[in-house]
Design a protein around this ligand. Sequence first.
Ligand SMILES: Nc1ncnc2c1ncn2[C@@H]1O[C@H](COP(=O)(O)OP(=O)(O)OP(=O)(O)O)[C@@H](O)[C@H]1O
Ligand SMILES: [Mg+2]
Length: 252
Amino acid sequence: MTDLILDARGLTKRYDQFLALKDVELTLGEHEIHALIGPNGAGKSTAFGILAGDLRATAGSVAYRGRDITRMAAWRRTRLGMARSFQIARVFTRFTVEENVRAAVLAAQRKSWIFFRPEGSIETGPQTEQLLGEAGLAPLRGVLASGLSQGDRKRLEIAMALALEPEVLLLDEPTAGMSPVETTATVRLIRRLWEERGCAVLITEHDMSVVFELAQRITVLHRGQVLRSGSPEAISADPTVREVYLGSGDDA
Ligand SMILES: Nc1ncnc2c1ncn2[C@@H]1O[C@H](COP(=O)(O)OP(=O)(O)OP(=O)(O)O)[C@@H](O)[C@H]1O
Ligand SMILES: [Mg+2]
């Protein structure tokens, strides 16, 4: 294993009586695409929330390049180089696609987006153009985010995360709700980001074709615990994984 960017140990999350995560170990290597899979309610988004700093773990630790960030606020983690997308995309619905990307570029430049002017007195143009192009959103630049399809909205969210020039991308179900065409475009986008920007990617996904197309390593969560972690080949051949998840007959 190459050097670890993210190293989470003993992650536990309790909601009253309910243990959503129990002693989960999760790592992300340099320039790795690691998929976290598991049935609905397995704890994937909870683990993401803890890694991103949106949720406080009941127990356990998270290290970023060897530095303990367990109690670090989410916005500080983004400055370290972590960016995320949410299961339900979070964008400024009353802004156009271009305005959203430009706002993200401004925020990344540590200027508050309240200084944002649609005419653009601050130099954000080249980076905004690059991100729009990269995410395949240039033709939609003038469309209000509220009017986007689910797929385009999720791609917009990825473009906004990229404005941070992250080393680590946390993508929670990036293709959820997408058509097959949108899914293919998104897989291509993630692969390109990984190749060209050298990001490490932690992704949750229910679509197994996406998982097996992208991931170099897969961790299976089941009822808040790691069931297995290994190569795609090992995971797809694992009888226990097949029984509880892959072979369950539904695609959840
Ligand atoms: N705020 C909360 N309070 C109580 N229980 C919660 C809370 N958030 C999540 N849970 C529970 O924790 C468990 C794990 O939820 P989580 O959202 O992490 O699952 P998931 O693997 O992301 O599922 P999905 O595939 O449906 O997105 C679920 O049983 C969920 O109901
Ligand atoms: Mg989830």
